[in-house]
Design a protein around this ligand. Structure first.
Ligand SMILES: Cc1cc2nc3c(=O)[nH]c(=O)nc-3n(C[C@H](O)[C@H](O)[C@H](O)COP(=O)(O)O)c2cc1C
Length: 148
């Protein structure tokens, strides 16, 4: 039997948008028969990143494009730059337009030299943005050659 692919979804969310995006990604992956571990940054027990075939990190963007401290701590906790990180983020263009929109996710993807452009969601991933989430994860899985 072929072992199930293991995916880690680590996310930080204060008001629920990034969590909602993480859960949407989780159901997309589970529908493809993948094994998914959810990690609420700052709350869940420490992770062992080397156990995963793919690591998805989700963050919202804070004041003037800042990355939340909890996400920075999580990055330090990981302690190295895995080559299989894809980043998703939620934000709000009202807080500084396109330049600052989801900037934390953009910076994080750059930090990890991610192969994938970060997914940027305006607030909640509902409605038409749900399809963006689906499209993004399909692209990530395709490029990662781990389509089940
Ligand atoms: C004080 C404050 C500052 C924010 N600054 C930005 C920002 O610079 N860029 C951005 O894209 N979103 C910004 N946002 C919007 C949040 O990132 C957005 O609401 C996000 O979806 C919240 O995620 P969460 O619901 O997972 O906590 C800001 C929100 C607040 C409350």
């Amino acid at each position: 039997m072929v072992p199930k692919l293991r995916v880690l979804i680590a996310y930080l969310s204060y008001s629920g948008n990034t969590k909602e995006t993480a859960e949407l990604l989780e159901s997309e992956l589970r529908a493809r028969n993948m094994e998914v571990d959810m990690h609420a940054i700052g709350t869940s027990p420490p992770v062992e990143p080397e156990q995963y075939d793919l690591i998805l990190i989700g963050t919202f963007t804070w004041e003037r494009g800042a990355t939340p401290d909890e996400v920075k701590d999580f990055v330090l906790e990981i302690g190295y730059k895995p080559s299989n990180v894809a980043v998703f983020g939620t934000g709000d263009t009202q807080f500084g337009g396109d330049d600052l929109f989801c900037l934390a996710a953009v910076k994080l993807a750059k930090f990890y030299h991610s192969k994938w452009a970060p997914l940027k969601i305006e607030q909640s991933p509902r409605g038409s943005q749900e399809q963006e989430v689906e499209k993004w994860i399909e692209g990530v899985l395709h490029d990662a050659k781990i389509n089940a």
